[in-house]
Design a binder for this molecule. Structure first.
Ligand SMILES: Nc1nc2c(ncn2[C@@H]2O[C@H](COP(=O)(O)OP(=O)(O)OP(=O)(O)O)[C@@H](O)[C@H]2O)c(=O)[nH]1
Length: 454
């Protein structure tokens, strides 16, 4: 070990993927090192349990099947663990949990987040719209996430993906899975194995974790924020991306209809949208398999007076560089930072057809120049977005997902929450939204999103 901090390796993954098997296999290689195995029932309770092992060199934490690694990392950071050196300012106090408060703080650092996937079942699970309860997973009450939503979050935010159960998958299937995972999380290292046979040095004291890098790792986000280059192209297995961008509003009824069609071949999509009828607020969209959730993301900067903007020259320059001017019929500026930006990851995506499908949802010229007063009267089947909610950290009875929107100093420093609510299953609607990396909205309102399952 190169410093005295307690190195924390987290193992997450869906039920049966092989977390316990991997944990045991790693511990068996720990000769001469004080490596503790810890099974955690709830990510929010992890840090006091980790801190109890202050004399260890490393702790391997096995998270429950329903846990999302970003939530674990965030819980650790807020409990005072170092997420990484770059974030030390945020968490400089080290860890001082109540249970050991008479002792000096424990300096724990997340070392590596490992997601174990079952090579045989991963793609089926990704497409699954079953809820955790329907799958028999004992998650916290009011947790309405689907299996697909859990597994996508597990692979999007991690440093290493262990593709386990390789003995049960044929070579082509394994290769296809590797390609899919590389699009979903281009940053994560992949290890293909069976029975958790992973070299301990690959994941313990490997110093791979960096919160901001992990939060920026999802392929959809990379495609939005950078020129995605070859990420977008179809690979040998037809796995590719489609990025949709436009600077016109969607007609709400037409977009709603498109969201309720079957999205053949689309594994994952995520992004932001602008509805003509909700001119001031951006929407977020998060789809995985047959589940699509949407909801409010926050106000466009164009909907707020510049006095409300962050007082940061670089930030303002960034907003202004991307400002889009299109006067309406009265010569009034209508666009600003408003936009459509969505990324799809899928197999054999027909990009031209998707381009046409989304373009057909945009306002036509006559609608556009009718102006925002006319847009407000459009038929809008989307559920109401509550503009008054702004949950900072209210951990109530349900399992909450946290969006790390605030890890880029150039950005809005808005922290949004996904706040799962009970869904009305009979109408095939459910509530939530995706986690988002929101780089232009001053306020995030992800907690009133709605969606549906196909
Ligand atoms: N064939 C095969 N079986 C495996 C492999 N890895 C684990 N198993 C078996 O799969 C089952 C589940 O493995 P676990 O390690 O318990 O999986 P887990 O992720 O901890 O599961 P939960 O605790 O339910 O979340 C066990 O019976 C393991 O022996 C593998 O690579 N190949």
């Amino acid at each position: 070990m190169t410093d005295s901090s307690l190195r924390v390796t987290a193992l997450c993954g869906f039920a049966g993927a092989g977390k316990s098997t991997l944990c045991a296999a790693l511990a068996a290689q720990a000769a001469g090192r004080r490596v503790v195995q810890l099974a955690i029932g709830d990510p929010f309770d992890a840090m006091p349990q980790i801190a109890a092992h202050r004399d260890a060199d490393a702790v391997i934490v096995e998270l429950p099947a329903w846990a999302e690694p970003m939530v674990f990392a965030e819980a650790c950071v807020s409990a005072g663990a170092y997420a990484d050196d770059a974030n030390e300012d945020d968490v400089e106090s080290g860890l001082e949990p109540a249970s050991v408060s008479d002792e000096p703080p424990v300096h724990a650092q997340i070392d590596t987040i490992v997601t174990v996937v079952d090579a045989v079942h991963f793609l089926t699970d990704l497409a699954s719209s079953e809820t955790l309860a329907e799958r028999g997973i004992a998650a916290p009450d009011h947790d309405d996430r689907t299996v697909g939503e859990v597994v996508i979050e597990q692979v999007e935010f991690c440093d290493v993906i262990v593709i386990n159960h390789a003995d049960r998958a044929d070579e082509t299937a394994l290769e296809r899975l590797r390609h899919v995972l590389a699009k979903i999380n281009p940053r994560a290292a992949q290890i293909v194995t069976q029975f958790g046979d992973v070299e301990i040095d690959a994941v313990v004291d490997a110093r791979r974790f960096d919160f901001e890098a992990a939060a920026s790792a999802p392929g959809w986000l990379m495609a939005l924020e950078h020129d995605a280059g070859s990420l977008v192209d179809d690979d040998a297995f037809g796995v590719g991306m489609f990025v949709y961008r436009a600077r016109r509003p969607f007609h709400p009824a037409r977009l709603f209809a498109l969201l309720h069609q079957e999205w053949q071949g689309v594994l994952r999509s995520k992004g932001y949208f602008w509805l003509a009828s909700r001119h001031d607020m951006a929407g977020t969209l998060s789809q995985v398999g047959g589940t699509c959730r949407h909801g409010p993301a926050g106000y466009w900067w164009a909907a707020q007076p510049p006095s409300e903007w962050p007082d940061d020259a670089a930030f303002k320059a960034e907003i202004e560089a991307d400002w889009f001017s299109l006067p309406d019929a009265d010569g009034v500026e209508t666009i600003g930072d408003r936009r459509q930006e969505l990324v799809m990851i899928g197999i054999d995506l027909d990009r031209e057809a998707w381009q046409r499908a989304f373009d057909a949802c945009l306002l036509d010229d006559a609608e556009l120049y009718a102006g925002s007063d006319a847009w407000a009267a459009f038929d809008d089947p989307f559920p109401q977005w509550d503009e008054d909610h702004d949950h900072e950290h209210d951990h109530d009875d349900g399992y909450e997902r946290h969006d790390h929107d605030d890890h880029d100093s150039r950005h809005a420093h808005a922290r949004s929450h996904d706040h799962a609510q009970a869904d009305d299953r009979s109408t095939r609607t459910q509530d939530n939204s995706g986690s988002g990396h929101d780089h232009r909205h001053a306020h995030d309102h992800d907690d009133d999103a709605s969606g549906h399952r196909h």
